[in-house]
Design a protein around this ligand. Structure first.
Ligand code: MF3
Ligand code: CO
Ligand code: CO
Length: 321
């Protein structure tokens, strides 16, 4: 009885919530053309196409097949063998190749759903599984985050516009390992502030990687990223973290992009991502009713870049170059 009542009120609540969002979306969109001091369009979730299928000969990660929802990872930070690092490299190179081939085709008018179709097909052509598809219910094969969408944008029916900035985040499951990489791209002519945001975010990632080596404190990553972002007048959105990666999509360590005083030290053989999300406004976000799309509360723009790195003898090797 209690269960039924709970389920019923949840349904009512979910209904109200989606009505609320529909209204919010309409309101937000109606302000786009009247907004004199914003050169870019404010993006809200639009129509998502049906789920794409993957041929059954392509091996799927455990969270899609054997143990739904489970992304089994070790309870301690894994120290990978050279063999493991080599297999990660293969997955990362393929993720990079698919990201680059997709990026070459970007143009004004292309929907983010078309980007999903391209990434999905490239994965199939290379016999690898698109890791996002079915991960904790994510419905598409890639994340596409445009303008005020900070992270985890679901590809949909919105066509790219002149002056958009878009993060494309590709992860592939290849030979039992996940390769994870993302970049932010400029569509058409982007205003100078937008270009600076994108370049500063790239710089945040690259300067933090330059500090990584055995013995470096994990907190140094976030310290450097905050320093680079704030010196250009931008802010780090702290909710989004990098992560350990390997035969699992998300594992330890959590990589914070601000310095929370993490004193743990990097060791040779660790593999993790760094993927700062940097915004041009208040770093507060909200999650849309689709349970994924994260947008900035003040509609400010954000950019993100991501690499997978391995800690090696004298520094860090970027696996997703
Ligand atoms: N690729 C993202 C990351 O960098 C994760 C996306 S999870 C998804 O960690 F389900 F949204 F795809
Ligand atoms: Co990642
Ligand atoms: Co990613």
């Amino acid at each position: 009885m209690k269960m039924v009542k709970t389920a019923f009120s949840y349904q009512v609540f979910a209904g109200l919530k989606s009505t609320f969002w529909a209204l919010q979306n309409r309101l937000a969109r109606s302000t786009i053309n009247h907004n004199n001091n914003r050169p870019f369009s404010i993006v809200m979730p639009e129509k998502v196409s049906p789920i794409r299928s993957v041929p059954s000969h392509i091996p799927t990660p455990p969270y899609v097949s054997t143990t739904p929802g489970q992304d089994a990872c070790p309870l301690n930070i894994e120290i990978h063998s050279q063999e493991g690092i080599n297999r990660m490299k293969d997955a990362c190179h393929l993720a990079r190749k698919i990201l680059n081939l997709t990026a070459e085709q970007l143009k004004v008018g292309m929907t983010t759903d078309k980007i999903d179709e391209i990434v999905h097909q490239l994965c199939i052509d290379h016999n690898v599984y698109p890791s996002p598809l079915g991960y904790l219910g994510f419905p598409k094969s890639v994340c596409t985050s445009v303008n005020n969408v900070a992270c985890h944008g679901i590809p949909d029916s919105r066509p790219l516009q002149d002056n958009d900035i878009i993060n494309i985040d590709v992860t592939v499951y290849a030979n039992g390992y996940h390769g994870d990489v993302s970049e932010t791209y400029l569509i058409g002519n982007v205003d100078e502030r937008g270009q600076t945001l994108v370049e500063t975010t790239r710089q945040c990632l690259m300067e933090s990687i330059a500090l990584c080596r055995p013995g470096t404190r994990f907190g140094e990553i976030g310290r450097k990223i905050s320093e680079v972002a704030s010196s250009a007048g931008f802010r780090v959105i702290p909710e989004f973290c990098g992560h350990g990666i390997g035969t699992y999509f998300h594992g330890l360590p959590d990589i914070f992009h601000i310095d929370l005083g993490d004193d743990a030290k990097m060791q040779k053989g660790m593999i993790f991502t760094i993927e700062p999300v940097i915004c041009d406004g208040k770093p507060d976000i909200k999650i849309c009713s689709d349970a994924w799309t994260a947008i900035t509360k003040d509609n400010s723009r954000s950019a993100q870049f991501e690499h997978c790195i391995a800690i090696v003898e004298n520094g860090a090797e970027i696996l997703t170059l």
